[in-house]
Design a protein around this ligand. Structure first.
Ligand SMILES: [Zn+2]
Length: 160
């Protein structure tokens, strides 16, 4: 339903006689009708004879519509406002999610480069495993360092 259609409905309701309206049945004629002023019996609509059950239903519908339609229009307006608010919040969250995802992807790429620099390597057959970057060869061919090296331990969460 477009805003113009809602506005047309609102104008239609506001142009009618002020509510509330009431459905009544004339005890003498069995005619069902809708009035907008109970004291003066000012007619809104005559619905027909009460022998047809739809006539009473029509009268109830017409009389309650004067009150219910403005309430429905207000509810539609409220829900549309909530929907707009939720849409704005969703779009903001989606933008933030995309920012966080882009940052996470950048950090993953940097982490992969750091991991590529810190690979396990056995410097001598049967020797211990050291990091390709952190391992050091001291004089006399002694290899120093540990695996996983402190950098890999930090990446893997082993260092607190
Ligand atoms: Zn290392």
């Amino acid at each position: 339903m477009t805003p113009e259609e809602l506005e047309a409905m609102r104008e239609c309701v506001e142009a009618t006689t002020e509510g509330p309206w009431e459905d009544r049945t004339d005890d003498l004629t069995d005619e069902v009708y809708v009035v907008h002023d109970r004291e003066q019996v000012l007619f809104v609509a005559s619905c027909g004879g009460k022998e047809d059950p739809r006539v009473s239903a029509d009268a109830v519908f017409i009389s309650t519509a004067r009150t219910n339609v403005p309430r429905l229009l207000a509810e539609v307006e409220r829900l549309r406002s909530v929907c707009d608010e939720l849409t704005r919040a969703y779009n903001l969250a989606a933008d933030r999610f995309m920012d966080v995802t882009a940052t996470a992807n950048r950090l993953q790429a940097r982490l992969a480069k750091v991991r590529a620099l810190h690979q396990p390597e056995r410097f001598s057959p049967g020797g211990s495993i050291h990091c390709t970057t952190c391992g050091k060869v001291e004089a006399g061919g002694v290899y120093l360092g540990q695996w996983p090296c402190p950098t890999i331990q930090a990446i893997d969460g082993c260092v607190h």
